[in-house]
Design a protein around this ligand. Structure first.
Ligand SMILES: Nc1nc2c(ncn2[C@@H]2O[C@H](COP(=O)(O)OP(=O)(O)OP(=O)(O)O)[C@@H](O)[C@H]2O)c(=O)[nH]1
Length: 801
């Protein structure tokens, strides 16, 4: 428990326990004393108040008795006057003088007639005829009630003294009031109210009387007599309550500011309020004394208890102190020895035994730790790396041989040297950012350089935070490798790659290497130029990621074949950054020494120009150079396809075989160039004579062919043949002259299952027939003979010429 006073933790346990017990005793004693005093004070105050009330009640009763006895005396006297039946005032004076007892009881007794005039006076006749009390309230009330009363206090008109009057009417025989006897009592008369001043409440307490009109009848302060109780602005709550009817005791403050215990009791005969004021200090002086004694006693008790607690704590904690000393000795000792003295059979003994057990366990753990540290050291000393551990204050708690050797340190420096002191300064500076990070809890890896014997080397340093329970960083582990060889190899490899890239970037082809995971190991700069993907972005990424899923999906089966060991080549036309290009791509499996495929080389050549040249050559190979018409090869390919199509459609094809008449003589007479010109014009007219879908071609020399596809019958073929003959009729205008040229045509319509060769034979035969018939005509070929034989196609050049 943490005590609220900062000084207490610095005190010994003994002192703290004593202080604790002392505090508890102090608080308990004070609490009990305070509670006890509270009840004692309340009871004593109640007893004092009760005593005050009883005293004042007794005084009130005594005064009641005084009033009663005087009233009885006056009544008896009055009754005596009535029984004498005195007719005149003379006898009254004598009667008064005869009653000595009246003088003892009252200050004066007087008879007044109904006119209020004084007729007899106990204190002498001198005032007779001089005093009239008709206006006095007590006179009027007595006459009206025809009964005796006690008056309100008033000042005597003669003596000026404060008085009250007690009256008794004297009735005549008719029952009417004849005289009023007034017996006066001086309020300060010694044996009446005056004796109140002898009654004391404490040293300065006093008594007072007021009537229900609030007029002060008696008070030690004479100036207040017959004044109102609240005259002069002074108010007293207790008196006001008593005037209103309260009887009992209460505390209040008088007009002088004195706190007092007030007691009130009514005097029954007059209904006056008899009050006593007992200054509080005096009334409760005894209580305060009791209180002082009680507190002093409590304090003494606390001190005694504290001293006792200290002695007890000291005695009880002595074994604990011995245990503490034993613990301190044991801590410094290399091997633990249990306490010589047998521990007591209590909690301290339990503590001592537990400490023994803990120390034994610690010793065992230390031995185990030392063994594992030896093992760790053996292992790490043989590692080609620096292995170390630093605590959060950067103090080295472990370092292997390589670590210590960096600055010629020894195992004795462990626990003392810091990270900075364990490293060459230039190495430490490179690790500063990493250390800041690891101290913030983030593992880091730093590469850097070092210098040894004037040579530069490379290191790779891993810093790992040691974060314990609750996320507290206890320190960090350091593992540093010399990576000079790897770095040099990497630099060499980077140089090779640079050279390779320099070469391959200038090859007009895409060059790449992928591993078995289809990851791009290398690619040249043409990927950037042609596809817009940089080698950096492609390297180390799978093909599908580097070039996109769509690109990959098409090549997936081809790649699979290449990875299976096949050299795969394919062509593809694609829209590249350099335009629409045809690429010929080859997947060349890469093999290791055992012949297993370890990856692929990918080579994509731009064969667009080559392709275009090939296509041109191809077109040229199919075209007759002189007329621009398809040549024989092209025609035969087309005719075969057309026949196959027609066969599927169930329709025939028609072959027109043409030969220019007398062409040899044109050549011979006009020259070969003229012959060529005729051939060109002939070819042009021939092309114009047929539909787009029909094919006209130069077959050989002056021989031409037309293939009509999907003909309905011979009539349609004849119309075409006629059109051709008609087309040749206009003269042929040559450079030097104009001439006429005609042609002969053999027309053959294919029959079911007939091949091209057979169709040619029949058309050729028909042509031959047309020539024979006189030329410039066409002849329909004869149907296929039932047993074809003999003639075949291509024929030997017929000797038709
Ligand atoms: N100018 C020119 N002549 C050619 C060409 N090719 C072939 N010839 C000649 O064409 C002639 C063909 O003659 P033929 O068809 O045998 O004889 P012809 O005079 O036409 O006889 P008929 O066909 O019976 O009317 C030969 O003299 C060939 O040398 C060519 O490309 N240019």
């Amino acid at each position: 428990m943490r005590l609220p006073f900062p000084i207490l933790p610095r005190l010994s346990l003994r002192a703290r326990l004593s202080a604790g017990v002392l505090a508890i005793v102090f608080l308990t004693t004070m609490g009990i004393t305070a509670a006890a005093l509270y009840f004692v004070k309340r009871n004593m105050q109640a007893a004092i108040a009760s005593e005050e009330f009883e005293r004042i009640s007794a005084i009130a009763d005594a005064m009641d008795q005084k009033f009663l006895s005087r009233r009885t005396l006056l009544k008896t006297f009055g009754d005596g006057v009535e029984s004498r039946n005195l007719a005149g005032a003379e006898g009254l004076q004598d009667l008064l003088m005869q009653h000595e007892s009246l003088r003892e009881a009252f200050d004066n007794v007087a008879f007044t007639g109904m006119d209020g005039e004084l007729v007899a006076n106990l204190n002498g006749t001198q005032p007779i005829g001089k005093v009239n009390i008709k206006d006095r309230e007590y006179f009027q009330r007595t006459v009206a009630a025809r009964a005796g009363i006690i008056s309100k206090p008033f000042r005597n008109r003669v003596s000026g003294l404060a008085q009250i009057a007690m009256t008794e009417p004297v009735l005549d025989r008719g029952g009417n009031v004849a005289y009023v006897i007034s017996a006066f009592v001086n309020l300060k008369e010694q044996n009446f109210l005056g004796e109140l001043s002898n009654v004391k409440f404490g040293k300065s307490g006093y008594m007072f009387i007021a009537n229900t009109d609030g007029i002060v009848i008696d008070h030690p302060d004479k100036s207040r007599l017959l004044q109102r109780a609240d005259a002069g602005g002074g108010r007293n709550a207790a008196t006001e309550r008593a005037i209103a009817g309260f009887e009992g005791t209460m505390e209040a403050v008088d007009r002088a500011g004195v706190h007092g215990l007030y007691a009130f009791k009514r005097i029954r005969q007059t209904n006056w309020v008899l009050g006593a004021m007992y200054p509080r200090d005096e009334a409760f002086a005894r209580i305060e004394q009791v209180e002082r004694y009680a507190w002093a006693g409590a304090l003494l008790l606390t001190l005694l208890a504290g001293g006792l607690a200290f002695m007890t704590a000291r005695a009880q904690l002595a074994p604990l102190s011995r245990l503490r000393e034993h613990m301190q000795v044991s801590r410094a000792a290399t091997a633990y020895a249990p306490m010589r003295e047998a521990p007591p059979d209590d909690e301290v003994g339990d503590l001592s035994r537990t400490f023994d057990l803990l120390m034994m366990e610690r010793q065992a753990a230390n031995e185990k730790l030392a063994a594992s540290e030896r093992f760790l050291r053996d292992v790490t000393d043989n590692l080609p790396a620096v292995v170390a551990y630093f605590d959060s204050d950067q103090r080295c708690l472990f370092a292997n041989k390589a670590g210590l050797g960096m600055r010629g340190r020894t195992p004795a420096d462990i626990g003392r040297m810091t990270m900075r002191e364990s490293l060459p300064d230039h190495v430490y500076q490179q690790l500063v950012p990493g250390i800041a990070k690891v101290l913030a809890g983030t593992p880091t890896r730093t590469e850097g350089t070092y210098e040894r014997n004037g040579k530069q080397g490379f290191f790779e340093c891993h810093l790992a935070p040691d974060i314990r329970d609750g996320g507290v960083l206890a320190g960090y582990y350091v593992m540093t490798f010399d990576v000079s060889k790897r770095k040099q190899a990497e630099m060499h490899s980077a140089g090779s790659e640079r050279r390779l890239r320099g070469l391959t970037d200038n090859v007009p082809a895409l060059l790449a290497e992928v591993d078995l995971e289809e990851r791009v190991v290398f690619c040249n700069g043409k990927y950037q130029a042609w596809l817009g993907v940089s080698p950096d972005a492609m390297t180390n990424r799978p093909i599908h990621e580097a070039l996109g899923e769509a690109h990959y999906e098409i090549r997936k089966p081809l790649l699979a074949r290449a990875f299976a060991g096949e050299v795969v080549s394919f062509e593809q036309t694609a829209s590249l950054l350099i335009g629409e290009r045809t690429l010929q791509t080859t997947y060349l499996p890469q093999r290791n020494a055992e012949g297993a495929v370890t990856g692929l080389y990918i080579l994509s050549n731009d064969v667009t120009e080559l392709k275009q040249k090939q296509m041109k050559l191809d077109a040229l190979a199919r075209e007759d150079a002189l007329t621009g018409l398809p040549n024989r090869r092209s025609f035969e390919e087309h005719a075969r396809d057309a026949m196959a199509r027609s066969r599927r459609a169930g329709l025939p094809v028609c072959l027109l075989f043409l030969d220019i008449d007398y062409f040899k003589s044109i050549n011979d007479s006009l020259g070969h160039a003229a012959g060529d010109a005729v051939l060109r014009e002939f070819g042009r007219r021939l092309k114009e004579s047929v539909r787009e879908t029909d094919m006209a071609a130069r077959y050989a020399g002056d021989e031409f062919v037309i293939l009509l596809e999907g003909v309905t019958g011979a009539a349609e073929a004849q119309v075409v043949a006629g059109k051709v003959l008609a087309a040749m009729r206009p003269a042929f205008h040559l450079a030097s002259r104009t001439l006429q040229a005609t042609t002969s045509i053999g027309v053959a319509i294919s029959e079911e299952d007939e091949d091209l060769s057979s169709l040619f034979v029949r058309a050729d035969t028909a042509l031959y027939a047309a020539k024979k018939e006189g030329k410039n005509r066409f002849m329909m070929a004869a149907p296929r003979p039932a047993n074809p034989g003999g003639a075949s196609w291509p024929r030997e050049k017929p000797s038709s010429a």
